[in-house]
Design a protein around this ligand. Sequence first.
Ligand code: ATP
Ligand code: PAF
Ligand code: BAL
Length: 296
Amino acid sequence: MKVIRTIAELRSEIQDRQQSGYGPVGLVPTMGYLHEGHASLMRKAREMSGTVVISIFVNPIQFGPGEDFETYPRDEARDVALAESQGVDVVFIPAVQEMYPQPTKTKISVAEITSLLCGASRPGHFDGVTTVVSKLFNIIKPDYAFFGMKDAQQVAVIEQMVRDLNMDVTIVPCPIIREADGLALSSRNVYLKPEEREQALVLSGSLRTAQEAIQQGQAATAGEIRAHLREYISRSPLADIEYAELLTFPELVPVEDSYRMVDGDSPVIMALAVRFGRTRLIDNALIQPKVGGSHV
Ligand SMILES: Nc1ncnc2c1ncn2[C@@H]1O[C@H](COP(=O)(O)OP(=O)(O)OP(=O)(O)O)[C@@H](O)[C@H]1O
Ligand SMILES: CC(C)(CO)[C@@H](O)C(=O)[O-]
Ligand code: BAL
């Protein structure tokens, strides 16, 4: 496995591997502090690609003022070891100066679906994401790019960008990986104090019980499910709900309270963002039409 820090060296390494006939290139973009969620993306990339590249870059332009850019957890040595254990071929770890030698005057911006959910509370966040992901696509030219469904809105936004701009890459959404007790893995989980970590189970718990309520016919409408999610999460005194929404996926159109879950033609996503002190957690689950749900 090669650890590469410059764009020029990365381009030349990928070109060499292409000329040697390694086949499709798979990219897993990350911000590092890798965990089993990232490892599952690397394994999927390994299955589908001859060359697996992961990027580790805490992208300053997707953080707002007062967010955690400076304190975002970092552990390069551990990350490199984990990537190697998953059979990754190239780890790209650029410095901020390498990706942004001058402040970027060009931004990629997806409209509408970035103004709700995480986009509402983190203005400019998705412009930062789509801009850096476009840069990575231009540098690496991957055939496949792998993204986790934990960041479901990010998947919808990137798929929209790829369609709108005719980018020659296939986006592969990958399932959410959870701790044994249900908490979705996230680099930011390390911020949680023990009591917050315990109470953070209300996110996955509310999604799981909502799905059970739909399957058992106890919650038939979107309004009932919204009420269930809010009531369940509010049992945790430390939880501060930022949003608990139901929307069509991947279009991200909010569904009305009167919408009956069994009548839908397209999947509906239950999407949550909840703060515990200074830690903001997200989670979600898809309800498949007519079936009544997947498992959390
Ligand atoms: N639990 C998970 N299951 C599946 N994919 C995940 C999981 N956590 C993160 N990912 C995916 O890994 C990729 C890189 O995400 P990132 O490095 O931001 O990790 P993260 O744990 O989500 O960090 P943070 O909590 O700070 O957002 C994204 O596509 C993200 O959706
Ligand atoms: C896709 C990404 C690596 C872009 O910085 C980031 O938003 C993330 O880690 O999900
Ligand atoms: N996983 C999304 C990256 C971020 O929170 O900035």
